[in-house]
Design a protein around this ligand. Structure first.
Ligand code: DGJ
Length: 754
């Protein structure tokens, strides 16, 4: 996988090559990143920069042209005539690290676990550069994941100088040429996370960053650059303040760097010590779907905890949207009974189960059970849930504290405040995870919970941004130390347990590879409206596999948007991921409960497809494929009257195979039809009358069940879907409704290609 010859490093994955060479100035130049090439091609690589450019500075007075500004550099440095942004900003005694020269390389194994790194690399290379004057080494580490076509990169700075080294910036760099590429990045805010933004890359710098203390709902650390037949994916494995700069020059050079945000960052590295940057994952493919599949494969096989690799995830029931804080054991047991009846496998008690927690004003920091809600404690409740046949899960928010809590009363110094008063977010303060005593306190409380109760799942929440960073000193390194503290807690509590950890941060405020290293699934958003989720999940799907995206079916009237959507659509969106339910099951009619039971039965039958299948974006929906089975969701957000017939083009099929194509059965609820029932029902009844109200508890009608057989060739070219019902001229073969409606189709291969 790694071939080294004549000063050239050829890093190979199954389908890609990344080539670096040490040039005559002992600088590392990036020569190629693309589909796999032969070693014999290496001589033909690299850009022969033969022109002299007027005002440019030459690196060498003897060899011209030797402008570093024109080279594609692996580890650019300041002060040498390269005027693009520089990913390393390191100082010793007032002198800036510069003029790094190649010293050696090593085919080695990773021994740096100061931060989460991907698991089980196939091969590892470390290239060492040195600033001879400052006596500082920079190790560029490359970890190859051949099967996923991903290369992990991180930098280690080693200080051999007797003086301490001040690291102000340490990002991984990638130089190449722009070919009119677009930038695809994921942005948003609370309840509108990871919306995909696509923009052409133009001259200048574009920054994707966070300063909130978490990877944030504003800008995800992962992004893609490319167009047509060239696609590059990047994702930083880090959960804190991050920054990626995408810079294009007027010579079309593209420089991309990614790492810890250098705003409010400074790390003092003592003599003879090392500092390592977070890892950046990079991948190349010649089409966007393939790039997505590579990144998904990588997360499923090399990031999430090994126990959960390809492990079927349970269908959970979570009480949050049905009860908020207003529950007790009796109410939860009623919900649990219904959740069990419809087929849920794990019952999660969300926020509000502990002492002093009846709203979001108090209680965070307490780990004792709320005796008003669970008079006999949690154990009898858990036993009853287990007796029904479900596993049990619990919500915690260990990084936070309310003033009204035992923890704050006993240890006010654990909370992060400043000399300039306190700043609250959701009425809570952040605990200072840079303090060892705080970390030990949290570890002790969590271990106690997990050792005392029969808990199979933990939802780890974090509900505010961080402010007032670092009143206890080391202000400039606070954010990074906080994240190191968080990783230490997660490692110590969860790495030896098989508890399913679901990370959450006011929804998807910390959806990143760093968290996925510990928690195989993440709550994507507090917005459970399926039409909003289409955008959120589609954004995430660019880089994160379905197994990592936790999605719940909530009530008909969305609590976030007040939009009313059919139960079928809520399910058709939530099942493309790890499915759960969080709505008041007691409010539902018998027919709705029956529909949910059927949904869960269907999901369990095809669970591996929905959780680990290969994901494709279609022009009008989503597709997931695994072995010879495919599931397709087609969604209608806002319809237009008189729209033309709709074609469905399916991806990734062998053109020669034959398939059976069938709409998944789903019920149309009488309630959803209201007065249109006049056109559908054989007899006229008032839509709000007693008869129909009673009937709608038990009756529904079936949505269309389009069915056909076709070759992979035709299905790829496209088949026409049944028309939509437009209010008049009802027929049982019409698809129901315009806005917010959806259908799901199942495709099964009939016979193998000859
Ligand atoms: C925010 C989460 O995203 C919700 O799902 C819920 O757990 C609340 N916090 C509880 O406070």
């Amino acid at each position: 996988m790694i071939h080294i010859k004549d000063n050239v490093f050829h890093l190979k994955t199954a389908t890609t090559s990344y080539v670096l060479k040490i040039n005559e100035f002992k600088k590392l130049e990036q020569c190629y990143y693309g589909l796999l090439i032969e070693d014999s091609d290496l001589r033909a690589l690299g850009i022969p920069w033969i022109m002299e450019v007027g005002s440019n500075v030459h690196y060498s007075k003897d060899i011209k042209p030797s402008s570093m500004d024109l080279m594609l550099l692996e580890c650019p440095e300041p002060q040498m005539g390269d005027y693009r942004h520089i990913p390393l900003n390191i100082w010793v005694n007032g002198l800036q690290l510069s003029d790094l020269k190649f010293v050696s390389h090593q085919l080695t194994t990773v021994d740096d676990y100061s931060l989460p790194r991907a698991r089980e690399p196939h091969q590892t290379l470390s290239i060492t550069l040195e600033d001879e004057i400052l006596k500082v080494l920079v190790h560029l580490n490359y970890l190859i994941y051949e099967d996923s076509d991903v290369i992990e990169r991180f930098i280690t700075v080693e200080n051999l100088n007797p003086q301490p080294c001040v690291i102000k910036k340490c990002s991984v760099n990638f130089d190449f040429m722009n070919d009119n590429y677009d930038l695809y990045s994921l942005h948003g805010a609370w309840i509108k996370e990871t919306h995909l933004q696509k923009q052409p890359i133009a001259i200048g710098q574009h920054v994707i960053s966070s300063t909130t203390g978490a990877s944030s709902n504003r800008s995800n650390p992962g992004f893609v650059v490319g167009k047509e037949t060239d696609w590059f994916g990047f994702n930083l494995m880090y959960s804190g303040n991050h920054k990626s700069t995408i810079e294009q020059t007027s010579f079309k050079q593209l420089r991309i760097s990614s790492g810890i945000n250098d705003e409010m960052f400074e790390w003092i590295l003592p003599s003879m010590d090392k500092f390592s940057s977070p890892s950046v994952m990079m991948s190349y493919a010649n089409n966007l779907d393939t790039l997505t599949h590579q990144m998904h494969h990588f997360v499923n096989h090399h990031v999430i905890p090994p126990f959960f690799k390809q492990n079927p995830r349970p269908v959970v029931f979570n009480n949050w949207e049905s009860t908020f804080f207003d529950f007790d054991e009796k109410r939860l047991l009623k919900l649990a009974k219904k959740a069990n009846e419809v087929g849920c496998e794990l019952f999660v008690v969300d926020d509000g189960w502990f002492k002093e927690r009846d709203n979001d004003l108090s209680g965070l920091g307490n780990y004792e059970v709320n005796k008003k809600k669970f008079p006999k404690g949690l154990t009898p409740f858990i036993q009853q849930v287990k007796k029904m046949g479900m596993d049990f899960g619990l919500w915690v928010e260990p990084e936070m504290v309310n003033l009204e809590s035992d923890l704050y009363r006993q240890h006010p110094q654990y909370a992060l405040t400043s000399q300039r008063d306190m700043r609250f977010g959701r009425n809570q303060l952040v605990l200072d995870l840079t303090q060892e005593a705080v970390r030990n306190y949290i570890i002790k409380q969590l271990n106690h919970l997990l050792d005392t109760y029969d808990i199979s799942y933990i939802k780890w929440d974090m509900n505010r941004h961080i402010s007032d960073q670092g009143h206890q000193g080391h202000q400039q390194s606070f954010s990074h130390r906080y994240i190191l503290g968080l990783y230490e807690i997660l490692e110590k509590v969860f790495s030896h347990r098989q508890v399913l950890l679901e990370s959450c941060s006011s929804g998807g405020n910390r959806f990143d590879l760093g968290m996925l290293y510990y928690s195989p699934q993440i709550w994507a958003s507090d917005n459970t409206d399926p039409i909003e989720r289409l955008k959120i999940q589609e954004g995430l799907n660019l880089l994160y596999p379905l197994s990592t995206i936790s999605c719940h079916v909530s009530g008909a009237l969305s609590q976030q948007t007040l939009r009313r959507t059919p139960l079928s659509t809520r399910y058709n969106v939530a099942c493309f991921g790890v499915l759960g339910y969080e709505l008041d099951l007691e409010e539902l009619s018998s027919i709705e409960l029956k529909e949910i039971k059927d949904q869960i039965k269907w999901y369990k039958k095809y669970r591996m497809l929905y959780q680990y299948g290969t994901f494709y974006r279609l022009s009008n929906g989503w597709q997931v494929s695994h072995d010879h089975q495919h599931m397709i969701g087609v969604y209608q957000s806002l319809g237009k009257a008189g729209s033309p017939p709709e074609k469905l083009k399916i991806k990734g099929l062998n053109p020669k195979n034959h398939f059976e194509f069938k709409a998944k059965g789903q019920r149309v609820m009488l309630n959803d039809m209201r007065e249109l029932l006049h056109h559908v029902a054989p007899i006229k009844l008032h839509s709000q009358g007693l008869i129909l109200k009673t009937a709608s508890q038990y009756l529904s009608f079936k949505d269309q069940r389009q069915q056909l057989e076709a070759s992979g060739q035709l299905l790829a070219q496209g088949i026409w879907l049944h028309s939509r019902y437009l209010g008049t001229g009802y027929h049982k073969d019409l698809r129901m409704g315009l806005d917010f409606n959806s259908s799901q189709y199942y495709l099964q291969q009939k016979e193998k290609a000859q």
